[in-house]
Design a protein around this ligand. Structure first.
Ligand code: NAP
Length: 212
């Protein structure tokens, strides 16, 4: 596919540039402030920043280019507007708060465990450069567990992306933990999203589990 990648020089973007090309895609990277010509592109991928992603995705959708969004921190009103733009253009827009397969399984296991353990808390740990808190993954996990789950956010150098779901009951503790040790973890999920993009319905689809 001809893919436009917003966030070319970022920590995730730099990994994706090589990985998408190695998988056979024709990729053009865009950084902040660079002019964009959407003509001829079949998909736009965004791994930028909470303040940038809405503008990038709205411009791509308005130009008729389907989107794959990894950037977290979008407001619900922004998500509703992206959904509207994608439906209007009859094209798909896919967003995943976490493209790592293990994180998707962690959310599924946490949802199942919360049915037996009513007391639970989430600790999410990310690099100090992550701008939004709590993480999109932690919010999605809490929603799948029923919503009322306290979330603790840690931002420190040396971390990549980690999350613990701690469930407590009388005399026992169950901990479900996922560690992303390298940004390569997000590559298979992004490739899967590009592969399935055209088959998705018009509008916004959220979560890698929708593709699995
Ligand atoms: P990062 O290292 O800060 O990279 C972001 C890149 O985007 C930077 O090079 C930045 O340039 C660039 N950028 C900013 N505004 C832009 C614009 N308008 N157009 C094009 N490029 C722009 O961040 P990261 O660690 O790669 O993560 C990027 C985003 O993805 C974050 O929101 C993070 O939380 C999210 N993320 C999601 C997943 C997932 O699985 N869904 C996984 C990892 C990360 P400047 O430095 O010049 O501003």
């Amino acid at each position: 596919m001809r893919v436009l990648l917003f966030g070319r020089d970022g920590k995730v973007g730099a990994v994706l540039m090589g990985a998408l090309r190695a998988a056979g895609h024709e990729v053009e990277g865009v950084e902040a402030g660079e002019p964009v010509d959407f003509a001829g592109f079949e998909a736009a991928v965004d791994f930028t920043a909470p303040a940038a992603v809405f503008g990038n995705a709205a411009a791509a959708l308005s130009a008729g280019v389907p989107c794959v969004i990894g950037t977290t921190g979008l407001a619900d009103t922004d998500l509703a507007e992206l959904d509207r733009l994608a439906r209007e253009g009859r094209i798909p827009c896919f967003l995943a708060p976490n493209f790592a397969l293990g994180a998707v399984l962690m959310m599924r296991f946490a949802a199942e465990a919360s049915r037996s353990f009513p007391h639970a808390e989430i600790v999410e740990l990310h690099a100090e450069t992550k701008l939004d808190a709590p993480s999109g993954t932690a919010k999605a996990t809490a929603a799948r567990m029923g919503g009322e789950v306290p979330i603790h956010s840690v931002r420190l150098p040396g971390l990549v992306a980690h999350q613990e779901v701690i469930l407590g009951g009388p005399g026992e503790i169950l901990t479900i933990r996922h560690d992303t040790t390298s940004r390569e973890a997000f590559v298979p999920g992004v490739l899967l999203a590009l592969d399935r993009l055209r088959g998705l319905p018009p509008g916004l689809t959220v979560g890698l589990e929708a593709l699995l």
